[in-house]
Design a protein around this ligand. Structure first.
Ligand code: ADP
Length: 203
């Protein structure tokens, strides 16, 4: 029996805002969640993937000897070069979208979540966009806790390449301001889930 494709909820926000935590809260409510950044990683770690010829041609200095993007190159090469970073995203984007679409078509649910820090950069085909927002100081403190091996310079470089809070919020249908407790965050996700379920459940 055929079934309609689930609606897509794009979940985005700057690094450290709490996207992954929000995705876990949706997953706990049985909403299928896809991490688009992990999909991108699966592509650039597969030397046989058709995307890799163009990526290797554009960034020979970022490849390892097996034909993958070298470990650490995202931070060492792309975090320092906004143009290279944008070009890499551009090369990956159609493949990530194709993989995300076929993953979505195979799900049986009123809606699914696509999580990505990159969604804020460009319009993606989503029914709604949910942005997770938090003040820069809060995000920096969370990142320092989560990644003790990152130097302050690396954190600053990653922050500098993020679209502004305003740019994320501009494209949002819904915004979660994540500056309270994890419990408060979980309650906000439950409220949104009720809203999306009533919006997208077919009778
Ligand atoms: P993102 O996916 O946007 O980079 P994460 O969900 O990984 O952000 O959150 C960054 C860090 O902050 C994680 O270690 C997470 O556990 C923590 N965190 C997220 N939300 C909260 C919160 N409301 N209170 C305390 N810590 C939080």
């Amino acid at each position: 029996m055929t079934h309609p494709d689930p609606h897509v909820l794009a979940l985005t926000g700057a690094v450290g805002s709490g996207k992954s935590t929000v995705a876990s809260a949706f997953a706990a409510l049985d909403v299928p969640c896809l991490d688009a950044d992990l999909v991108a990683r699966a592509i650039h770690q597969d030397p046989a993937h058709p995307a890799m010829a163009a990526i290797a041609a554009a960034f020979p200095q970022a490849m390892d000897s097996d034909g993958r993007l070298a470990r650490g190159s995202l931070r060492s090469v792309f975090a320092r070069d906004a143009a290279a970073n944008a070009q890499l995203k551009q090369l990956l984007r159609p493949w990530v979208l194709e993989a995300a679409r076929s993953w979505t078509a195979a799900r049986h649910a009123p809606y699914v979540v696509w999580e990505s820090a990159l969604i804020g950069d460009q319009a993606i085909p989503a029914a709604r966009v949910l942005v997770v927002d938090a003040p820069s100081q809060v995000r920096m403190a969370r990142l320092a806790l989560r990644n003790p091996d990152w130097t302050p310079t690396q954190v600053a470089a990653i922050f500098a390449m993020q679209p502004s809070r305003e740019a994320y919020i501009e494209g949002a249908h819904d915004v979660i301001v994540n500056e309270g407790t994890p419990d408060a965050l979980a309650r906000m996700v439950q409220d949104l889930h009720r809203k999306y379920t009533s919006l997208w459940s077919t009778p």
